[in-house]
Design a binder for this molecule. Structure first.
Ligand SMILES: C[S@@+](CC[C@H](N)C(=O)[O-])C[C@H]1O[C@@H](n2cnc3c(N)ncnc32)[C@H](O)[C@@H]1O
Length: 231
């Protein structure tokens, strides 16, 4: 079966001329959310469903994904760990701090963490990074998928606390969480403006694309913390 590495730890499998997105299964024999397991050449892969994952959709939308096998990631809005499980597969020598504020959802996430030592579950409100500052260290990437009206503020606030200088911020912006009637394009423009110049730390937006057809009215965005090295 032809296998192509699209980005560090992220693969495209060609099964009967159908392209399937996948990661190498860290826990062979175990499926996390009912996804298909595929073995080739002694390696087990887990199919990654882009319609259930903003990050998966960003991969298929050809974003340059700033994740390496040894990255550390702060993931805000982990839910029960569908996408976090694939991040865990990618980070064979790294770590993902997974923040989620729903105790019921957190129960499923904790079960996932029992199997996967590179996920640190944190039951907390992402609006209050100070409440987990004693657990989280500086990270290479902040990934946010919280679907809240103040998405940009939450991302920036967490980046101030935890993102390394020149680190990357990956955001999924859901327009309907900000305003149910305004045009998504207008909302996306305003969120990008805020990230570039609306806060006391600045980001350079490297890539931005809408996530259709996988996720309606969602913008995917990759930005890098801007640091003036001349100062
Ligand atoms: C769209 S779902 C995330 C799906 C997940 N990222 C995935 O791909 O598997 C959004 C999640 O963010 C959580 N959430 C919303 N606001 C939050 C906050 N302020 N702090 C922490 N988690 C939050 C919700 O409980 C929900 O589980």
């Amino acid at each position: 079966m032809p296998v192509r590495e699209l980005s560090s730890g992220i693969y495209e499998l060609d099964i009967d001329d159908r392209m399937i997105l996948a990661t190498k299964n860290m826990i062979p024999g175990t499926s996390v959310y009912g996804e298909r397991l595929i073995t080739d050449d002694g390696i087990e892969y887990r199919q990654w469903d882009p319609s259930r994952s903003k990050l998966g959709a960003m991969v298929l939308k050809n974003f340059d994904i700033p994740l390496e096998t040894d990255s550390t990631v702060l993931y805000l809005g982990a839910a029960s760990g569908t996408t976090v499980s694939h991040v865990s597969d990618i980070l064979t020598d790294g770590l993902v701090y997974a923040v989620e504020f729903s105790p019921r959802t957190m129960r499923d996430l904790i079960q996932l963490c029992d199997q996967r030592p590179n996920i640190i579950p944190i039951l907390a409100d992402a609006n209050k990074p100070q409440s987990y500052a004693h657990i989280v260290e500086k990270v290479d990437v902040v990934f946010q998928d919280v679907a809240q009206p103040n998405q940009a503020e939450i991302a920036v606030f967490n980046s101030k606390y935890f993102l390394e200088e020149h680190g990357h911020l990956m955001l999924s912006i859901k327009s309907r969480s900000i305003d149910t009637v305004a045009s998504p394009k207008k909302i996306f423009k305003e969120e990008v403006r805020k990230l570039e110049s609306g806060f006391d730390i600045e980001f350079e937006v490297l890539e931005r694309k809408e996530l259709e057809p996988f996720h309606e009215d969602h913008l995917g965005l990759v930005a890098q913390m801007f640091v003036d090295d001349e100062e």
